[in-house]
Design a protein around this ligand. Structure first.
Ligand SMILES: Nc1nc2c(ncn2[C@@H]2O[C@H](COP(=O)(O)OP(=O)(O)OP(=O)(O)O)[C@@H](O)[C@H]2O)c(=O)[nH]1
Ligand SMILES: [Mg+2]
Length: 304
């Protein structure tokens, strides 16, 4: 059977499980995951190589994780939504992922409306089926089928890896004949230092309370691989002195906690011993400044 390949965007509301799904499909952690909405801020590609067999063609799928669909209330939010919109353009397929544990609301309608902008076929993924009863699932299927037509509706659990085989099967069959775009051993378009910055941001999101995480960004300032240890210095940006005080904590306890847990995750990622230095810096209202947003964008970070 001929080799298939193509680009498949994963879109949906914040917290629906897009990044969890990408990681589960790729088999490695390429996108950070937290229980807080609006964790992902930029597009992340993950590559999945598919072995052929039993009526399944061989191929390579480029999945694109995106920020959660929301109504932006800041320049940062607008940029995040630009990432979503561009992920809806010229794709072979779009996967709309829905959190089945949440009641249908305005945000879901907003997401469905946004999909009117895409000319690609849309597959509906009903996620988190591990956490609901069957009658509820049937109710959701019924509701969505009445709202628009989908190329397919597939119930899945990204955390329990249920339904993922059916998903890959379905996706690869719909892709056109095409080349292998990326080397077999490459799993993502994200450079190592961006993955490292994201792992630090993940720890900040998980360790800190309500308001601080959304006001933070992480920038790697030094990344030096030595023979025995990799030295990494990173700045955690926040918007106000009060947030800085929270991030540092009593006698530096919070920053230490973030650093220790981030270091463990980074060492696992790099497969090397790491010396991690973290600084907290205040940059007034960076989320509203186009200049600051440019500087903190990962593409600037890696010099692209
Ligand atoms: N029970 C259950 N929880 C899930 C499943 N998939 C994801 N989650 C949880 O849902 C939360 C959000 O997951 P993410 O993957 O970060 O969601 P996201 O759609 O990428 O969110 P944003 O990046 O904020 O837009 C996390 O706490 C996940 O562990 C699932 O299949 N079942
Ligand atoms: Mg995400």
């Amino acid at each position: 059977m001929s080799f298939r390949s193509g680009f498949v965007s994963i879109v949906g509301r914040p917290n629906a499980g897009k990044s969890t799904l990408l990681n589960a499909l790729v088999g490695e952690k390429v996108a950070i995951v937290t229980h807080k909405p609006q964790t992902t801020r930029h597009r992340i590609q993950g590559f999945v190589n598919v072995k052929g067999g039993k009526g399944r063609p061989p191929g390579q799928i480029v999945f694109i994780d995106t920020p959660g669909i929301h109504k932006p209330d800041s320049p940062l939010g607008s940029r995040m939504m630009r990432e979503v919109n561009s992920a809806l353009e010229d794709r072979d397929l779009v996967l709309l992922i829905v959190d089945c544990t949440q009641a249908f609301g305005k945000g879901d309608q907003f997401a469905l409306d946004l999909l009117k902008n895409t000319s690609s076929p849309v597959i509906l993924l009903l996620n988190k089926i591990d956490a609901i009863e069957k009658p509820k699932l049937l109710e959701i299927i019924d509701r969505y089928s009445r709202l628009r037509s989908f190329a397919e509706i597939i119930p899945i659990s990204a955390t329990k890896r249920q339904g993922l085989d059916a998903l890959v099967d379905n996706v690869i069959k719909r892709l056109p004949e095409g080349p292998r775009y990326f080397e077999k051993d490459q799993i993502t378009d994200q450079p190592e230092r961006v993955l490292v910055a994201e792992l630090i941001r993940e720890r900040v999101l998980i360790e800190t309370g309500q308001e601080v995480p959304y006001a933070t960004a992480v920038k790697i300032e030094r990344f030096e691989e030595g023979p025995r240890i990799t030295h990494i210095s990173a700045a955690i940006y926040c918007e106000r002195e009060g947030q800085k005080a929270i991030l540092i904590g009593k006698r530096g306890a919070m920053l230490k906690q973030i650093g220790t847990s981030a270091r463990k995750h980074i060492e696992k990622l790099l497969g090397a011993k790491v010396f991690l230095e973290l600084f907290v810096k205040v940059r007034d209202n960076w989320r509203s400044s186009e200049v600051a947003l440019d500087e903190l964008d990962w593409r600037t970070e890696v010099g692209e």
